[in-house]
Design a protein around this ligand. Structure first.
Ligand code: FAD
Length: 288
């Protein structure tokens, strides 16, 4: 267990941030990162724009996390939109930036990308990327996983089979897609263990603080919405502050239950929202 976690339950904690879309918002991100860093996560990961847009910004942010905050930075990288040459250049830039940990993803197809551009990618699946990185770099590699299966996969067994290939190719840990019903995650852990997946699996938690956010999140992730969360939106959705509080409490309850079940780690999709993330961490720590 890292030094950062000794005051907690032994379950790891990490956050995810994204590079702001506009250059003028970029200065704010450093303050956001400092505040997130003061919560002592084990690592902070930074997303990669679909198709590699603003790739340099991911590296800039990851470098700040690693060098300035001295927290393990995990840079997301994707295959879609990339050739091997692009990837080699990206890895060299990561090394130069002092970043040695990546989340290797296939990525989603950007709307503007043609079939030809999409099919031209040299690494078809995340496992191809993981294998290449393991053979050609000394990066520490994580992969993504889906407690409710990936939306393209015809069934859970097939998705799990490909997940095992990704782990065998060199993904040393997994970060899950967000879920709102912990039972999906527990079932997923059992099934992953049954096919021989033994690496740490970090549970993705997305705090829902507005009714609108739930709609967007669900359409992007495909995660199921349990009745308890739907009821909460129906009750508090019209009141901004009450909804925020209720959404935070929901996330805290989910995390406490996951901690009690001894999961390896909690990965909060912070989405650059410092106050929400801080409130969650303070509530968790006050209950220890
Ligand atoms: P893969 O592991 O390649 O799986 C994709 C699909 O292909 C699955 O259905 C799988 O079952 C199937 N498959 C795998 N291997 C094979 C095979 N050999 N033959 C046939 N089918 C196969 N996207 C971004 O663009 N930027 C980000 O920063 C980003 N961060 C993310 C962080 C997390 C924690 C998660 C969970 C997702 C993130 N995503 C991000 C989204 C991700 O790129 C998409 O979910 C994408 O659709 C799948 O990526 P993957 O790496 O899981 O793909």
């Amino acid at each position: 267990m890292s030094e950062n976690r000794k005051n907690r339950t032994g379950t790891g904690l990490s956050f995810e941030v994204f590079p702001p879309k506009k250059d003028e918002e970029f200065e704010n991100v450093y303050q956001i990162l400092r505040e997130l860093g003061s919560l002592h996560p084990d690592y902070i990961s930074c997303t990669y724009g679909a198709g590699g847009s603003r790739a340099g910004k991911t590296i800039e942010i990851a470098s700040f996390i690693q060098k300035e905050l001295k927290i393990d930075a995990v840079a997301h990288i994707t295959c879609v939109g990339f050739t091997r040459t692009d990837l080699d250049a990206n890895c060299a830039a990561l090394k130069e930036a002092g970043v040695s940990h990546v989340l290797a993803l296939r990525g989603d197809r950007p709307q503007a990308m043609t079939d030809e551009q999409y099919n031209r990618r040299e690494f078809h699946y995340a496992s191809d990327l993981v294998r290449y990185l393991r053979e050609h770099t000394d990066l520490t590699i994580a992969g993504a996983c889906y407690p409710e299966k990936h939306f393209e996969s015809p069934d859970f067994e097939e998705d799990l089979r490909h997940l095992k290939e990704k782990v065998d190719a060199g993904a040393g840990s997994l970060i899950s897609q967000m879920f709102f019903d912990n039972d999906y995650f527990y079932r997923f852990l059992d099934r992953a263990a049954a096919v021989g997946i033994r690496v740490p699996i970090h549970a993705g938690i997305m705090p829902i603080t507005t009714a609108k956010q739930l709609g967007t999140t669900v359409s992007l992730s495909g995660s199921s919405v349990p009745k308890k969360l739907a009821d909460l939106i129906a009750t508090y959705g019209d009141d901004k502050e009450d909804m925020r509080k209720a959404g935070i409490e929901y996330a805290v309850d989910q995390i406490r239950d996951l901690e009690e079940h001894g999961v390896d780690g909690i990965h909060i999709y912070s989405m650059n929202k410092v106050k929400t993330t801080t409130d969650i961490c303070h509530m968790l720590r006050s209950s220890l």
